[in-house]
Design a protein around this ligand. Structure first.
Ligand code: ADP
Ligand code: MG
Length: 256
C-alpha cells in the first residue's frame, strides 16, 4: 500500500486531473484505489460526479467521523472516493483548535489503508493545513509540473518545503516523481522546460509526459475519467502509461 500526495502549491498545473486519471488507470490495472479530495474546491469529487453539499472529508477531519463511513464508490473500476464539499475550506481554522492538527488525515486513513493498493491525495493549491495533512499522511509525493516559464523556480521552492515537512513532521516522506503536464511539444519553451527539469532531477522525472489535450479538460464535465470519456485519446494513453510507470517504480522506491 502506498499513499501518494499529488502536490504543488501552484494552481492549475494538473494535480486534480492526475489524481482522477492516474487513479482510474491504476484501478483498471486491477488495484484497489482510494482517492481523497483534500481541496475545498472539490474538483476531484465533481469530476467523478460525486461533489457533496456538506460533510465528507470535513466531517472526518473536524468531527472525527470514520473514513470508511465517508468513502463512496465511483463509476471507475476499483476506485473509491473520500469526497469533499466547499465547507472543507473552514477546516483549516477549526483543525487548529483540536489535537494533532496536521495528523488528522493520517490518523483517519489508518483504519482503511489496508483495503487499498494505492491512496491518492489531491492537494489544494496552497501550503496550508490541508496540504500539510496530506503530506503528513503520505509516503510519496507526485509533483505535477506545468511546462512553462519559471517552472524550475517553483519546483525548487516546493522541494525545500517538502524537506521541511520531512524534518519536522514526517520522516517517511519522499518525492516519488515529477510529472511534466500539459506538454505541448510544438513549442520550444515547453521542450526547454522539460529538458531543464529532467537535467536537474534526472531520476525523479517520470519518462511519461502528459500532453496538452482538450479531451482531458472536457472529461470532468461528464463526471468521468478520460478512461471512460475517450480512452483512445492521447491524454488517455499518457495516463495509462503513467499508471504502468508508477506501479513499476514502487518496488525501487521502497528499496532505495
Ligand atoms: P490543479 O488541480 O493543479 O489546480 P487541474 O488538474 O484542475 O489543476 O487542471 C487545471 C485546468 O487545466 C483544468 O481545467 C483541467 O481540465 C485542465 N488540464 C489539466 N491537464 C490538462 C492537459 N494535459 N491538457 C489540457 N488541459 C488540462
Ligand atoms: Mg485541483
Amino acid at each position: 500500500m502506498t499513499i501518494f500526495a499529488v502536490a504543488n502549491q501552484k494552481g492549475g498545473v494538473g494535480k486534480t486531473t492526475t489524481v482522477v486519471n492516474l487513479g482510474a488507470y491504476l484501478g483498471a490495472l486491477g488495484a484497489r484505489v482510494l482517492l481523497v479530495d483534500c481541496d475545498p474546491q472539490a474538483n476531484t469529487s465533481s469530476g467523478l460526479g460525486r461533489r457533496l453539499e456538506s460533510g465528507g472529508l470535513y466531517d472526518v477531519l473536524v468531527h472525527g467521523a470514520s473514513a470508511s463511513a465517508a468513502i463512496v464508490p465511483t463509476a471507475e473500476q476499483g476506485v473509491d472516493l473520500l469526497p469533499a464539499a466547499a465547507e472543507l475550506g473552514g477546516a483549516e481554522v477549526q483543525l487548529l483548535e483540536g489535537d494533532r492538527p496536521n495528523a488528522r488525515l493520517s490518523d483517519a486513513l489508518s483504519s482503511v489503508q489496508g483495503t487499498y493498493g494505492y491512496i491518492l491525495l489531491d492537494c489544494p493549491p496552497s501550503m496550508g493545513l490541508l496540504t500539510l495533512n496530506a503530506l503528513v499522511a503520505a509516503d510519496a509525493v507526485i509533483v505535477p509540473v506545468q511546462c512553462e516559464y519559471l517552472a524550475l523556480e517553483g519546483l525548487a521552492r516546493l522541494m525545500a518545503t517538502l524537506q521541511r515537512v520531512r524534518d519536522q513532521s514526517n520522516p517517511r516522506l519522499r518525492v516519488f516523481g515529477l510529472l511534466m503536464t500539459m506538454y505541448d511539444g510544438r513549442t520550444l519553451l515547453a521542450q526547454q522546460v522539460a529538458e531543464e527539469v529532467r537535467r536537474h532531477y534526472p531520476t525523479l522525472t517520470f519518462d511519461t509526459m502528459i500532453p496538452r489535450s482538450v479531451r482531458l479538460s472536457e472529461a470532468p464535465s461528464f463526471g468521468s475519467s478520460i478512461l471512460d470519456y475517450d480512452p483512445h485519446s492521447r491524454g488517455a494513453e499518457a495516463y495509462g502509461a503513467l499508471a504502468v510507470e508508477v506501479a513499476s517504480r514502487v518496488p525501487a522506491f521502497y528499496s532505495s
